[in-house]
Design a protein around this ligand. Structure first.
Ligand code: SF4
Length: 227
């Protein structure tokens, strides 16, 4: 076991833990939007920034991806952390200030207005859907495409992906509810938010043929996704 200090509490954790896992195991709250226990860390949303304290000075690290080490001193709610987190929320509000999950974060962190005002977008580009499709489902039917302001989640060449098995995992993990899935000629085909139609296929994880039932199927327990 490793011993480290988080918010003046000396704790013992498994050597395989990240700082976020260590904090959560000891009921120390750190906000996240792009983190899911069953996926590899991605550190996209930057909400989980914490302060690493050392004699040479402090630095901010993404707690979801930073491995625990013996003797680390970590602060999760210092002025440095809260200021960085407020900036992250201001940036989120620039395109997603209309979303309840972002409004709740703004209230919690005392953020009144966005950093800049841009075209509203339900997608915050956290990449959870893309990673879940690849890492949990094992399909990779969608990806983050384009660069800069044009960055978006899409199917290859913005047309239907033959790889999609229409499992709805992407919609289940989305923290903002940006992905909608609609039965268009139930039970044979389904359409995503990005207006691509998919034929229902067998899941590669369990190799069970999908039932002829409409969405949504309850995958939470199977995939370890919090409800
Ligand atoms: S519904 Fe399609 S795009 Fe979404 S996670 Fe499943 S396979 Fe991937």
């Amino acid at each position: 076991m490793l011993r480290l200090t988080i918010d003046d509490r000396l704790i013992e954790v498994s050597p395989s833990y990240t700082l976020l896992q260590a904090a959560r195991e000891h009921s120390i709250a750190i906000p996240t939007l792009c983190y899911l226990e069953s996926l590899a860390p991605y550190a996209a949303c930057r909400l989980c920034l914490v302060e690493l304290v050392s004699p040479r000075g402090s630095k901010l690290v993404a707690s979801c991806a930073y491995p625990c080490e013996d003797g680390l001193v970590v602060r999760t709610n210092s002025d440095m952390v809260l200021e960085a987190r407020r900036t992250v929320v201001e940036l989120l509000m620039s395109t997603a200030g209309h979303l309840p999950v972002v409004q709740a974060l703004a209230r919690e962190h005392g953020v009144q207005s966005p950093y800049v005002t841009l075209e509203p977008n339900d997608c915050i580009l956290c990449g959870l859907c893309v990673r879940a499709c690849r890492e949990i489902v094992g399909v990779g039917a969608i990806s983050l495409t384009q660069r800069g302001m044009a960055r978006e989640v899409s199917t290859p060449f913005q047309v239907s992906s033959a790889d999609c098995i229409e499992c709805a995992t992407c919609a289940l993990v989305c923290p903002t509810g940006a992905i909608h899935i609609e039965d268009i000629t139930r039970p044979a085909r389904t359409m995503h938010t990005w207006a691509s139609a998919y034929a229902r296929r067998a899941c590669r994880l369990c190799e069970v043929e999908p039932p002829g039932e409409p969405f949504p199927r309850d995958y939470h327990e199977l995939l370890g996704i919090p409800k």
